[in-house]
Ligand binder design. Structure first.
Ligand code: ZN
Length: 379
């Protein structure tokens, strides 16, 4: 019994020992496995870390690159802005030059007009000389141009002045209208169609103040003297503008740009253009009006009001019928400034102020006789 129990104890001890040793070996074995696994994991983690570090390095490089790009773009934008600023400057400069050019053009056209007036005055003097040396030809000319005015009137001996203003309406025109109203006199305005369209209300006021408006041209470009087509197209446009602005048909009384005996036409339709055109337009029932007193305000005297006034007084001497030429163009402030003195002068000299608004056949006939209307151009 005892022996059996001992055996049992020994057996139990053996069993325990084997169990312990087995579990030891098993434990040892599994411990080794864990270590290998962990080492492997560690290696992998290290590799992953390295990769991540590389990624970070790469990203940093990319950020650097992007920063550089941004810097470059900023510089380019700065460059563009500078270019835009200098372009804007150039544009402003360009605008300035354009307006200077326009001013110069206006000055040139004024000078051309005054030049034409001077040549016209010379022509007139030459013609007067010719007339005194050959009376017979003068008579035949007068008879020719008188055919449409049958009633040659008895003159009442009174002196008459027709103040005429060309090339408006402009912003200067209202000043002139104010002065005319102040002195209770009226005038005639030979207008440019394009300017009628630009300042319709000034044109309307001009007419409603009791003055007359007649056509001068649509463009006032001397190239209209290139051909009949060009001339009559321009006249038609001027008449359309007239009717659109004033609401009634333009009378067939005009003033040629530069006057009927202008030399500006030489460059376009040639020397014989005005002789042909003046005949043709008369056949179409038109009257064209020139002048026998020039203020010189479109030329060299435009800035010398006293000299203008002297010239007006001087060239009005001995004339019972005066058609005086002025310009209500925008730079002609001097014209508006001397107008009161001009009106006072004619009043003192006993002139009656007349316009083409209520001109009589007799007066028109007088103008033809005095070569102020329908003057034959012979070259
Ligand atoms: Zn003109």
């Amino acid at each position: 019994m005892m022996k059996n129990r001992y055996f049992k104890v020994v057996l139990a001890l053996i069993l325990l020992f084997s169990l312990i040793s087995t579990s030891f070996w098993i434990g040892k074995a599994s411990h080794t496995d864990d270590r290998t696994l962990m080492e492997k994991n560690l290696q992998e983690s290290e590799q992953e870390l390295k990769r991540l570090e590389q990624d970070v390095l790469q990203s940093e490089e990319e950020i650097e690159q992007l920063k550089e790009d941004l810097q470059r773009s900023k510089k380019e934008i700065d460059e563009f802005e500078k270019q835009i600023a200098s372009l804007e400057e150039l544009e402003a400069e360009n605008e300035h030059l354009k307006s200077r050019l326009d001013e110069k053009k206006a000055e040139i056209s004024s000078l051309e007009e005054s030049n034409t007036e001077k040549t016209e005055e010379l022509d007139e003097l030459q013609r007067q000389l010719n007339e005194t040396s050959s009376n017979s030809s003068n008579e035949s000319e007068s008879n020719q141009s008188n055919h449409q005015f049958v009633n040659i009137p008895e003159t009442d001996g009174s002196k008459k002045v027709f103040l005429t203003f060309d090339d408006g309406p402009t912003t200067t025109t209202p000043d002139i209208l104010d002065t005319l109203n102040e002195y209770d006199v009226n005038a005639t305005f030979f207008t440019i169609g394009q300017r009628m369209e630009k300042h319709p209300e000034i044109a309307q006021r001009t007419y409603y103040d009791g003055n007359m408006i007649l056509t001068h041209s649509y463009t006032h470009d001397y190239a209209i003297y290139e051909s009949f087509d060009r001339f009559y197209n321009d006249l038609e446009l001027a008449e359309e503008a007239y009717e659109n602005v004033l609401g009634f048909e333009a009378p067939k009384i005009i003033r040629f740009p530069g006057g009927s005996s202008n030399h500006s036409s030489f460059d376009y339709g040639g020397k014989q253009f005005m002789p042909r055109l003046t005949e043709d337009i008369k056949e179409r029932g038109y009257h064209y009006i020139d002048w026998n007193v020039s203020s010189g305000d479109a030329g060299g005297l435009s800035k010398q009001p006293e000299a203008m006034l002297d010239q007006i007084k001087h060239s009005s001497r001995g004339k019972d019928l005066v058609v005086a030429l002025f310009h209500d163009t925008a730079p002609n402030q001097a014209t508006a400034d001397i107008l009161p003195k001009v009106i006072e002068f004619y009043k003192e000299e006993g002139y009656k102020f007349r316009t083409f608004r209520d001109i009589t056949d007799e007066e028109l006939n007088d103008m033809v006789q005095n070569r102020l209307a329908n003057k034959p151009i012979v070259r």
